[in-house]
Design a protein around this ligand. Structure first.
Ligand code: SAH
Length: 213
């Protein structure tokens, strides 16, 4: 089967799994996932599963990418902060649906590869940063939306504090094997938290890795 045929099958799968937002489905359709996975795995790019990338990290399952994107309720004028650039795939999907994506990764090597993909795909509305995403991006805060693609031990208040009024953050919370996707909404009187879905993510890790990785 060609990528196109695999892609159509994936979109049908996402619909069956409850992804109804047409903007999200067409964003997934527009981003060539085969360019975000290791060369040896290109034939599996449109399977609805996570795949390993380098540094022991993973590119999330397309369903989870679509689900989190849908749960963000994006507006076209929004500026979105992503923690955990990884392959860059989630950022590329977000970039189809909002004004600007600001994404932070702690591995230099992963970030450089992702930046190359953004360049090749002419995704000029993505701004990248090497660093510890747990601290957020205070110079650019507040953000209308925040998406965390690594699991935090508890609701990351430092990030929630960088949300705009009415802003929404989607974050997996909990230890390995027992994580839940939480939606945090900033309201006048504080933060509302909703539990959305059980998930599996690599952990959010403090600081930068040692050496040049
Ligand atoms: N959004 C990615 C999925 C990445 S997996 C994609 O679409 O491919 C999670 C990523 O979060 C990994 O690349 C990991 O290195 C990164 N990460 C973990 N802790 C981090 C931190 N404190 N700051 C920035 N990135 C972090």
């Amino acid at each position: 089967m060609s990528y196109e045929a695999h892609k159509i099958r994936l979109i049908m799968d996402l619909r069956r799994q409850g992804i109804a937002d047409k903007g999200v489905l067409s964003a997934v359709e527009r981003v060539p996932r085969e360019l975000f996975v290791p060369d040896a795995m290109r034939s599996e790019a449109y399977e609805n599963m996570p795949l390993p990338i380098s540094q022991g990290q993973t590119i999330s399952q397309p369903f989870v990418v679509a689900y989190m994107t849908q749960a963000l309720c994006l507006g076209g004028r929004d500026r979105v902060l992503e923690i955990g650039t990884g392959s860059g795939y989630q950022a590329a999907v977000l970039a189809q649906l909002c004004r600007r994506v600001c994404t932070i990764e702690r591995y230099r090597t992963l970030l450089a590869q992702a930046e190359g993909r953004f360049e090749d795909l002419k995704l000029h509305n993505i701004t990248t940063r090497l660093g510890d995403g747990g601290k957020g991006w205070p110079e650019l805060a507040p953000f209308a939306r925040i998406i965390v693609t690594a699991a935090a031990p508890e609701m990351p208040q430092t990030l929630a504090d960088q949300l705009d009024d009415g802003g929404i953050m989607i974050v997996p919370v909990g230890p390995s094997g027992d994580q839940t996707l939480i939606r945090v909404t900033r309201q006048d009187d504080g933060f509302k938290e909703e539990r959305l879905l059980d998930v599996r993510f690599v952990p959010l890790v403090d600081g930068l890795p040692p050496g040049r990785a």
